[in-house]
Design a protein around this ligand. Structure first.
Ligand SMILES: [Zn+2]
Length: 285
């Protein structure tokens, strides 16, 4: 863990009174650190250890061996299917702000030499919600892994279905689940990696269909949020309900993996399950 936290105000801050765009302030401890320090630290606060959400590309850079990542289907365009007021403008605004054009990023690459397909949901884009394009990208990634007989890793983080796409969003639950089922029938290995927060339609489809389910510490994982459940059943929920640690205790997930151990843990799981003779033949990338 790095400890490069600045205690001094930059010239930018003294003049504008705002935090310099070079810095990110931790929401938990209010200390700030340079953006590239956060990036090298896997978006873990160098002062207090609190996690910030990782962007999809940071996550992929952190797990793939240098120079092996190849993104695919990044040109799929999200359209306003049901004329939802303001949807198109919001998509454009988020594209500009985040530099990505959907919440799902799909790529192939290698983890310590093992060729895999990975999908990451990015919460900066509509809280990682499932649009038609997200469902299609996830499905195509599963099918790509199936055709090339590669292991599949999906990092979920989602507020659920994309309400601005109505029924088209809900249809993605069945589509992605069917693709995962077919992949599974063909003997494919699917590691589902749950990060904060994984909720709604994503939890109710591909996120909970993994052969092995890993989760980040303290992640909220559930279908409806705790407040909605409490209001519905009229009871107080147990402490830590829907957090990774509670779900591990109740057998819903297999292991909680601190972010620093993410790549090594994935490699350990892959080593156990992937036929090394087969991965040696896959030298296409
Ligand atoms: Zn902090």
């Amino acid at each position: 863990m790095e400890k490069e936290v600045s205690k001094f105000k930059s010239v930018f801050e003294r003049i504008t009174g705002k935090v310099s765009p070079e810095y990110i302030t931790c929401k938990a401890c209010s200390r700030r650190a340079l953006k590239d320090v956060w990036e090298r630290n896997l978006s873990i606060c160098p002062t207090c250890g609190k996690y910030r959400p990782m962007t999809a590309h940071s996550r992929l850079r952190a797990i793939f061996d240098e120079g092996t990542m190849k993104e695919f289907n990044q040109d799929m365009i999200t359209t306003d299917k049901i004329d939802f007021p303001g949807y198109e403008a919001k998509v454009k605004q988020l594209e500009k702000k985040t530099g990505i054009n959907e919440s799902a990023v799909t790529a192939e690459g290698r983890i310590n030499g093992i060729h895999v397909v990975a999908v990451v949901l990015d919460t900066r884009f509509f809280m990682g919600s499932m649009s038609s394009v997200v469902g299609e990208k996830v499905t195509r990634a599963v099918e790509f892994a199936d055709i090339h007989r590669l292991p599949l890793i999906i990092f979920s983080a989602s507020g659920g279905a994309r309400m601005q796409e109505g029924i088209y969003s809900l249809m993605q639950m069945a589509k992605t689940s069917a693709a995962v089922e077919e992949f599974s029938e063909h003997g494919g290995l699917y590691i589902s990696y749950l990060t904060h927060p994984t909720t709604g339609g994503v939890t109710a489809s591909f996120a909970t269909l993994g052969d092995i389910t890993l989760a980040e510490p303290g992640a909220l994982i559930g279908f409806a949020g705790p407040r909605v459940i409490e209001q519905t059943i009229g009871q107080k929920l147990p402490k830590g309900f829907q957090r990774s640690e509670y779900l591990l205790k109740h057998g819903f997930i297999d292991k909680i993996v601190p972010r620093e151990q993410m790549k090594q843990t994935l490699y350990d799981v892959l080593k156990l399950h992937v036929d090394s003779r087969f991965t040696r033949r896959m030298d296409a990338i």
